[in-house]
Structures are given as C-alpha cells and as structure tokens.
Design a protein around this ligand. Structure first.
Ligand code: BGC
Length: 734
C-alpha cells in the first residue's frame, strides 16, 4: 500500500482548503482522494481511536502517519483555561489567560452582523494562539423560558436574528483555521434534567423555530463541527438520533463536518455508530464517576464499537465515514499549514470586546433623561449592589473564563470619573458558590441594607448593579432558575432605596429576563448582560454618554412567568415530568406568542431606547404584488430628531393576513442598523425573499408558500410598529 505523503496533501491544502479560500470542485475532490488514501492505510484500531476522546478535551491522531491529535476548548465567550488531562480541574498554567468577550446575549442585542464577525475573528485568533483546533461554540438554542440557566450563552428567542448573527461569527472563527462547533443540536432549551429529558416537539416548530440557526450555521456558515445536545428528542438521544443527525443534519443540510457529542451525551454503541455520531467526548465509564487509566477504551465508540464491527453488526465503512469527516476537519484546521498563528489579549481584541459590550447594552427606561449622567457637574454617586464588583467571568459552567483582566462596573466608573465622589455599599449578598452548591451569605443582610440606605442618603444619583449571577440556579449551566423574581432580596432593597433617594438607575447584570415589579422605583434601567473583560468600561461608556446605547432586546421580558408561552401550558410544557416534555407552545415562542395572544410584555423583543430620538417615515415597498422568485424590498427614511449622534435598528416584520393555518401575528424577516448624526436622515432598506414567508406543512413535510395578502410592518421594536403596508403574493399552493 502506498504510504501517504502528508506533505503533498498539505501543500495541496495550502492552495485550496483553508477557511478563507473557496475550493473548486476539482480541488476538493483531490483532497477527498487523499483522505480516502489515508483511510485505506489505517487499521480498525487506529480508526476507532480517532472517534473518541483520549483526554477531557482531545482525541487521538495516528502518529505513525503524522495524523495529529485534535484539541478542543470551550467556549462561546473566550477560550477556556487549560483543563487537566483526565479530570475537570484546571491545570494552573500561567500562560492561558485570554480576552473575555461579552456573552452571546449581548452580541445578539447589538443586532450587528459586522460585530458578530469581528467577535468571531478575534475569539478565533485567540483559540488559534492557544493551539486549539475546535472552539466549542457558538450556542444557538432558542430562548424558550426565562428560567433556562444557560440562556446567556445563546442568541435569543428569534430564529432569524440568531441565524443572521451565527453565520458571521462562524466565518470569523474559521478564517483562523479553527473549527467553530455550533451547539447544542437541538432542543436543549432548559438545563433541568438536560441529561435525559425527552422532548416532544412538532416538525413545524423544529423547522420554523429550533432548526433555522443550526441550518444557517451549516448551509451559510459552512460550520466544520456541530455539538449534539444532551437531551432526547422523540425517544432517542440527540447524539445518535437517526432523524436529527442522519436525516436532517447530514442528508438534508449536507453537513460534511464532524458531529461531536456534548460531554457525556453518548449512550449506546450501536446507535452512536449508525446514527451519525463522529466523536464521543466526556463519557463516564461503567458507572464510574471519576476517570481511570484507560477508561477511554471503554467509551461507546471505543472498544464496544470495535467489537460491533468485528461481529459484523456495524459495517466498517460506517467507521470509515466518521474518520473521513474527522480527517476533513483536520485538513481544514490542524493540517492547514497556511493558517495564521493567532494572537491573544491584543489591544484589538480588547476593543472588540468593548465595542460589542457597549453596543449590546440595552436602555430599557430613562425617565426625564436621567441618563447619561451630567458629568460636567461634579456628582455624588452612590453605587450599590453585589454585581458592581463581582467577577462575572467566573462560574456559569463550561463557559467560565480566566481573563487576563476583568473591569468591574465600579472600577469602570471610577476610571472614567476620577474626580467625582463615588461611594459603594454592597446592599445584599448572594452567598458563595462551592462545588456546584451555593452556601448562605456570610454577611448579615439587614446590616448590608442599612449601610446601603445610609450610603444613598445624600447622593445625587444612585446606581444599583444587581440582577443574577453565575451561581448554580442563577445564570449557570446544569440547573434552571427557581424563580422569575430578582433574587437575594434585591426587589425589597430597590424599593427601600427609592424611599430614601428617587434618582435610582438599575443596571441588570444577567443573561435572562427578570420580573420587574420594582421598576416603578427606578428612574432608569439598563440591561447590562455579562460583558467580559471590558464590561465595566463599556457600562461606564453608556452611563456617561461616551456611547449612545443602541442595543435591542433579543428576547421578550414577560410581566410574569405565566405570560411566557412555555409556562402558560403548564408543567408538561415546562419543565416536563422529568422523563418527558411536550413543547405545547409549538411555534409561538417569545414575541410570537405575546403578539398573537395579545399579552402585553413588560419589554418586547427588539426594544431598546437611545439618548436621542429617531423618526421612521416614508415607508414604501418596491412593488405591491410578488411571486415566489422575487424579493420584497422595503425602504424607509430614518431621521435622528434628537440632540445626539446615535444608532437605530430598523426592524421589518411580516404578517400573513387570514392564513389557513395558525401563524404568529408577525415574524422578523429583516433588520438594518444605521448610525446618524443629529439632524441627519438616511434611507434604510430591508430585503425579504418571498420564499422566507413560507410555513412548514407537517403533512407535506415541506415548506408552503401561501398566496394572498400580507402586511409588512416597519418599526424599531416588535411592539412599536410605525407603519404597515399591504402586499400580495400570487402563487398557487405547491
Ligand atoms: C457543555 C458543553 C461544553 C462541554 C465541554 C458540557 O457540559 O454542555 O457546552 O462544551 O461541557 O466543557
């Protein structure tokens, strides 16, 4: 057998296979030939060894042929610190600190594809520098309930927004010769019982709500790897789900990359072999909780899979196909000799983090223009709240980071306003996280409150930094929130502070919506997310007006939990009975539910204020009647009618008038962000392909375009439509 010359293969790669160069069909055929020749030289042992972990975050290569190991790392917001070979402990390296980028909810709030690309490029450079071949992110599970402990790692409730933003992120990462790994496919929309809950959901909801961002990642982003979800879908684990992986991901969407399990999400050797799993990671073995020497040999896709091949129960070609995909991913990453070297903690990366953070912050309320602070006047500023000083890159699960630095909100403000009198009191305490548990606070809560009330007494303005944190049962992997309310007595505290000082700004640091009964007692409210290394600086940018806020909510804030559709349908809808769960809300997720059922939210999807004001006018459509091949082009003028330069996100929604099927009242189909100087006007366009107006027909198992009348709504949030224009589609049902 000819020994493969990997050098030749790599040279070929130089010209045609890396992320930034598009291949011709001939070139990719040549690579596929090389891959097949490599497979022909591998023993079954060698092939099987490539299909499962050899350590917590790597899988084996074949040293005798120069096939390298594959190295992976979390996660979506920065490259995780080095983890021990064989357990979850950190390795305590001194050269693995990185830039912490804002959480993906903040990125989603920017409504900016450009920033998503910059984010992907920067995090990809950091992953490359740290010598990682696969970056385990981004996450695009849909925001279904505000209790999901992991919403902060995802891009909100709208499939179109998530699809538009996930693609540039992936492209940015992969240009570095690092594979993005879009996760968690699919329906991992809660953390409670995530390792086993069986989700029943309609084909229509899958296709219209839960699939689109993954589909866009594959078809438009050309993502090189996908991570399966822990849960089951229709009775089969997502890691080896015949329908999800074989039928949808690999056949329908033509995914040619690697399906990697979530850590410990494989459950059966034969299914894993046959239903499309390519690499198994994180499995515990034979009921052992902790690793043992060689326990990787006991993985479902290790010894047991080899046995199935030997017995003839699994054809060897099935293993070959997995190896083919793994080698393809290697050619795109670790074997790409042209890939750039990457960089870490550069000024550029820090500035990307700061821009995303500042543009993601959402101004929810601003009575009598309390914000931005008038810093020409020397102000006495009282800062209250645990989150003013808390490091939010710690905790939260696998997305936890070890940043080179993290500017806290208090530090950021002090840096920006060195001459102002800034005092601080913690006000409340959340307790201390330890080994997945939260220990009760060591401080006396009444004393903390007393001190806070004293601190705000004669302040000109009070800034309260509260919200959630990254502890278990807050915004944290592995558990859901237990309540929709602000925790740790913050609601009472805000109400009591307001009795002493009316000028309260509340900054919510969270990745989730919270109940806001207390909001009447705050004159201004900012949604401040988890903003990474530059968080405190970015918050200061917005608070003093260096940056005019332009973030828009990527999910609805319901007034009360029962107003959310997943909760409206009761326990079987959320969280299920611990074995099964039924998505009774179907396609009516988030604003689709609130709009359709006329349930007014506290704050709507797409909502966010600015320090200036905009006027949307002259809304027109290119035509009145369209057929299926055409594109609807909506135009409008946006004028900055306020006093400051700022950015506005124009949103284009479509409604089907009198549909023969149940439809959401309206769906986001395009958005466009503009920057305008005071007094300036700009024309903005939204382009909507007619085909994107189809619904998924369960019986036909296909998309259907309904002829008839539609409305195009143009506004600056889902509940603030400035103008609606009627148009029709002339087309017979397919
Ligand atoms: C998480 C994944 C993560 C993996 C590796 C799992 O618990 O669900 O998102 O990438 O761990 O840390």
């Amino acid at each position: 057998m000819r020994k493969i010359n990997l050098i030749n293969a790599c040279l070929l790669f130089v010209f045609c296979f890396s992320g930034h160069i598009t291949l011709t069909a001939q070139e990719s055929d040549a690579i596929e030939d090389e891959i097949n020749q490599i497979i022909a030289q591998l023993t079954l042992e060698e092939k099987v060894a490539m299909c499962h972990a050899q350590s917590k975050f790597s899988s084996k290569g074949v040293p005798r042929l120069g096939i390298p190991e594959l190295w992976m790392s979390d996660g979506p917001h920065g490259v995780r610190a080095e983890v021990n070979w064989d357990d979850w402990g950190y390795s305590m390296w001194t050269n693995d600190s990185i830039t912490a980028f804002p959480a993906l909810t903040a990125l989603a709030s920017t409504f900016s594809k450009g920033l998503s690309y910059e984010y992907g490029k920067a995090i990809g450079e950091e992953a490359r520098y740290r010598n990682k071949d696969v970056l385990l992110g981004p996450g695009v599970n849909i925001y279904r309930t505000p209790l999901n402990g992991r919403n902060f790692e995802y891009m909100g409730e709208d499939p179109y927004l998530a699809s538009e933003l996930v693609v540039p992120y992936i492209k940015g990462v992969q240009e570095n010769g690092v594979a993005a790994c879009v996760k968690h496919f699919v329906a991992n929309n809660q953390e409670l019982w995530r390792d086993h809950i069986n989700v029943e959901v309609s084909d229509r909801a899958l296709n219209e709500i839960y699939f689109p961002a993954f589909k866009a990642a594959v078809e438009e982003g050309n993502v090189w790897s996908v991570m399966s979800a822990y849960n089951q879908l229709r009775g089969q684990y997502c890691s080896h789900n015949e329908f999800l992986v074989n039928e949808v991901l690999k056949k329908k969407w033509n995914f040619d990359g690697v399906l990697i399990t979530d850590w410990g999400a494989a459950h059966d050797s034969k299914q894993a072999a046959l239903y499309g799993l390519d690499i198994e990671m994180g499995t515990g073995t034979n009921g052992l909780t902790y690793s043992e020497v060689n326990h990787y040999e006991n993985y479902y896709m290790a010894g047991p899979m080899k046995e199935l091949v030997r017995k003839g129960e699994v054809p060897e070609e099935v293993v070959d196909e997995k190896v083919r995909r793994i080698l393809r991913l290697m050619y795109r990453t670790t074997l790409d000799k042209t890939r750039p070297f990457g960089s870490v903690n550069s000024k550029e990366h820090q500035m990307v983090a700061r821009r995303v953070a500042a543009e993601g912050i959402v101004l929810l309320k601003n009575e009598e223009k309390l914000l931005p602070l008038d810093i020409n006047k020397k102000q006495k500023i009282a800062i209250i709240g645990e989150n003013a000083t808390r490091m939010m890159t710690k905790g939260g699960g696998s997305s936890e980071l070890k940043p080179k630095y993290e500017i806290s909100p208090l530090e950021g403000l002090k840096n920006r306003l060195p001459d102002h009198e800034i005092t601080y009191a913690m006000g409340y305490s959340s307790g201390r996280a330890q080994y997945g548990m939260v220990l009760p606070p060591v401080f006396d809560q009444e004393e903390l409150k007393k001190e806070a009330l004293e601190t705000v007494k004669d302040a000109d303005v009070v800034i309260f930094y509260g919200g959630l944190n990254k502890n278990h049962e807050q915004d944290c992997e592995g558990g859901d929130r237990l309540s929709y309310q602000l925790p740790f007595g913050q609601e009472d505290l805000i109400n009591d502070l307001a009795k002493v000082n009316k000028n309260i700004v509340v900054v919510l640091i969270s990745g989730n919506a919270v109940e806001m009964q207390w909001e009447k007692n705050a004159r201004a409210v900012l949604q401040g997310w988890y903003l990474g290394s530059e968080g405190g600086n970015a918050l200061a940018d917005v608070i003093v007006g260096d940056v005019n806020p332009s973030g828009k909510l990527p999910f609805t804030f319901p007034k009360k939990l029962e107003d959310n559709s997943a909760h409206h349908f009761g326990k079987m809808s959320y969280p299920g009975d611990s074995i099964n769960q039924e998505y009774k809300d179907d396609i009516l997720v988030g604003y689709r539910w609130h709009d359709t059922k006329k349930i007014k939210p506290k704050y709507a999807f797409g909502y966010g204020l600015s320090y200036t004001d905009f006027l949307i006018s002259n809304v027109t459509l290119n035509k009145k009647t369209f057929n299926r091949q055409e594109t609807i082009i909506a135009s409008c003028d946006v004028k900055n009618i306020g006093e400051l330069e700022g950015k506005e996100v124009v949103q284009f929604y479509v409604e089907k008038v009198k549909s023969k099927v149940m439809r959401a009242k309206k769906e986001l189909k395009a958005f466009s962000k503009v920057e305008l100087k005071k007094g300036d006007t700009q024309e903005v366009k939204g382009e909507v392909d007619v085909l994107s107006l189809r619904y998924y027909d369960e019986e036909m198992k296909d998309w259907v375009l309904e002829p008839g009348d539609y409305l195009l709504h143009v506004g600056n949030s889902s509940d603030n439509i400035r103008k609606s224009i009627k148009f029709s589609i002339v087309e017979q049902i397919e």
